[in-house]
Write a protein that binds this ligand. Structure first.
Ligand code: IPM
Ligand code: MG
Length: 370
């Protein structure tokens, strides 16, 4: 059997820097754990636009459809702000999500012990936090039609459409219930059923799927604004949160900050199983391209490294190896090796991006000797 294939799309801003550290980790698993991957690399986002005039070429899109998993860094930057919407760097990412039909976006918010004091919230509120946000990723207001900026009389009108079909809601609800069964068996669904019809339907369908297929899982519903409030008040009340594309975008950034830094949060975007049984999958850090610190060796590679850990777990059935990598990251943080985003005192010297990657490799090595 040939090695599983990985397409790496470093993208823009800090993407290439953090991905360089992931490449070291991938190599480590190849040489030290006999887990070799067929790795190829390509362009997405602004760098693809610069070279090809589009944020994602058809050839790259086709490659993404063929591989076992895609690993993406970040897209976007101020240089591209004035571009037409259709060729903005973000469109490359959105096209990947849409055409690969990656409807379930898993965004875990876990507070590592070593970082509990670093969160802007009180230690007790976040210590030991382990929640999973499942964001619907291929529909809703991100993709709904009609959309655009039209002329009405002598003023312009901006239009986007929130649209969800029953089947779109049902399939992401199933992902949430399945995942909850492997965790604390609780799902909280968030929408705005008090003001939006799509929210009323969302609530109904999630409840129907629950009653018919997952009665053993504890299900609750919350308005998304109240959910945001509860996430900052007492986040540990949640296990799995399932929500739509836009609310999920907002709530997952909020949840990220509970853990101390956006630089720590990985994600997995999963679709239907392919012929080989593996789900269509794209893994990416939740942080963006961070143009303000790009190219300076300041970026925290942990979110991207932990995204590769999610790939090991969800695409390659290597849960133990994923845990090995997650523990190595935790060890490095506990040892006090930190990038600038995780430094508390002004006096200490932060680790560079590549020092952080090297420290994770050293912790992996040490783990083998133990
Ligand atoms: C995210 C990002 C993206 C989104 C952008 C880069 C298109 O914020 O993955 O959360 O809005 O989905
Ligand atoms: Mg976002």
């Amino acid at each position: 059997m040939s090695n599983p294939s990985l397409l790496i799309l470093p993208g823009d801003g800090i993407g290439p820097e953090v991905m360089a550290e992931v490449r070291k980790i991938i190599d480590w698993f190849g040489t030290r754990r006999g887990l070799a991957f067929e790795v190829s690399e390509d362009l997405v986002g602004g760098c693809a636009y610069d070279k090809h005039g589009t944020p994602l070429t058809d050839a790259t899109m086709a490659k993404a459809q063929e591989v076992d998993a895609v690993l993406l860094g970040a897209v976007g930057g101020p240089k591209y702000d004035s571009l037409d919407f259709s060729v903005k760097p973000e469109r490359g990412l959105l096209r990947l999500r849409k055409e690969m039909d990656l409807y379930a976006n898993l965004r875990p918010a876990q507070c590592f012990d070593a970082l509990a004091d670093f969160s802007s919230l009180k230690h007790d509120v976040v210590a030991g936090l382990d929640i999973m946000i499942i964001r619907e990723l291929t529909s809703g207001v991100y993709f709904g039609e009609p959309r655009g900026i039209i002329k009405e009389g002598n003023e312009r009108v901006g239009i986007n459409t929130q649209r969800y079909t029953e089947s779109e809601i049902a399939r992401v609800a199933r992902s949430a219930f399945e995942l909850a069964r492997k965790r604390d068996n609780r799902v909280c669904s968030m929408e705005k059923a008090n003001v939006m019809e799509s929210g009323v339907l969302w609530r109904d369908v999630v409840q129907e799927v629950h009653d018919a297929e997952y009665p053993d899982v504890e299900l609750s519903h919350m308005y998304a604004d109240a959910g945001a409030m509860q996430l900052t008040r007492w986040p540990k009340q949640f296990d799995v949160i399932v929500t739509d594309n836009l609310f999920g975008d907002l709530l997952s950034d909020l949840a990220a900050m509970l853990t101390g830094s956006l630089g720590m949060l990985p994600s997995a975007s999963l679709g239907a199983p392919m012929a080989n049984g593996r789900p269509k999958a794209l893994y990416e850090p939740v942080h963006g391209s961070a143009p303000d610190i790009a190219g300076q060796g300041k970026a925290n590679p942990c979110a991207c490294i932990l995204s590769f850990a999610m790939a090991l777990r969800y695409s390659f059935d290597q849960g133990d190896e994923a845990t090995r990598l997650e523990q190595a990251v935790q060890q490095v943080l506990a040892d006090g090796v930190r990038t600038a985003d995780l430094m508390q005192s002004a006096g200490a010297t932060p680790a560079t991006t590549s020092q952080m990657g090297d420290a994770v490799i050293a912790a992996l090595d040490a783990g083998l000797q133990a």
